[in-house]
Design a protein around this ligand. Sequence first.
Ligand code: FAD
Length: 434
Amino acid sequence: CFCKLKGQIDDCSCSVDTVDHFNNAKVFPRLISLLEKDYFRFYKVNLKKECPFWADDSRCSMRTCHVKTCHEDDIPLGLKGHDLHDENMAVKYLKASPDSDDENECIEDDLDPELGFLNTTISDLAYKGFELWQAYDDSQENFCTLPDEDGDAQYVDLSLNPERYTGYKGSSAHRIWRSIYMENCFRPKESYSDYIRSSMLNDLCLEKRVFYRVISGLHTSINIHLCSNYLFSAKNLLSRDSDFENWGHNLEEFKRRFNPEYTDKEGPQWLKNLYFLYLLELRAVAKAAPFLTKAKYYTGNDEEDGETEVAIKDLLSIVRSFPDHFDESSMFSGGQQALKLKEEFRQHFKNITRIMDCVGCEKCKLWGKLQVQGLGTALKILFSGKFDRATHTEPSYVNRSFQLERSEIVALFNALGRLSTSIHEIEVFRQMMR
Ligand code: FAD
């Protein structure tokens, strides 16, 4: 039975059983409770960007595709750029200043206002210059376009917009998948159906196989979520009325997609690609662990932020204890040719991030963008070279040259959370089949 998926995961040194056990018992429960924290729940995204490749399809108007964005008041203050520690200090200072003591007066006297202004301007400029250079330097290493921080970007509370069945299908969805596989996946064959046949994969070099596997793994994960959170009610999806909705696991839909009798024997291979992608992202998190341990998970709520830091440390120690991590060192090793291939790899991946703006269903676009950004962050950690020293826990490791934006960290953990949930859901389907 295809649901007793077993054996080695291609291009990795561990088995499906090992991953199932490690994920379901250890990673999944911790990751799910971590992702409920405010720091990870709120994600800023621009869902209004124009599709750069073709005239937009008609937008999906079904209520299942709708994304509920945050009201300004819902967003934690710390995420809106308020540093509550600084503000508290400022309030304290202001309160203290009316009866200012000698020490404060002395500091005032020592300051030449003009020189002080000049000094701060010069250091501000130097800092800005450094930041610009740093941003340029980082963008050269990125696998994604930069996070959406522009005018149309809005915060979304992910817990209020779960990834699940939306009804998005047909030519629009197929066009997205086809253009991802055909135009951006190193296309070894002329036709789509030829391309997705696993037997063809052996003709590809390791790096190109990896590229295909991660995309196929992502596709598998998205489709598992729609099967395990399926809408059974027969109500009209165009209506805003969501009463009496009936959501649950749809075993028949799962079988239709992954049972070899339906899918020309590719289904089990697609499931294995999900495990492959999971191992790749798990390795990225393990590799960046020294950075992630020291990062600040600041939302302005001290109690919750403290809990988030403890939960992160706990999860990272579990992730690092995994014995059979994906080995990225065998990729892109071999002079000029390898560098060229790496650049191609990056360009193809960046293209996929742009294709996400063409997805016709808002909810699918939200989760597609988030997961692609998470995957891009994982690729940056694995292949930019900037995180290579992360395996040694030296304090100097956490310096400005290893920067991850908050949105990258949020996307990385949420993307891993989606894969971890999919692997957990496969176990649920296995039990339903039994
Ligand atoms: P599709 O999944 O559209 O696949 C097209 C073809 O690709 C298949 O016929 C098969 O030959 C091949 N294929 C299928 N799976 C794989 C794989 N894992 N690896 C390689 N090849 C494969 N729908 C929702 O209900 N909820 C969502 O949140 C959602 N998010 C989406 C996000 C994105 C970015 C996209 C592009 C689509 C999303 N969809 C979502 C739509 C969903 O993925 C399917 O496209 C839709 O359900 C139609 O399915 P299908 O059976 O026609 O085959």
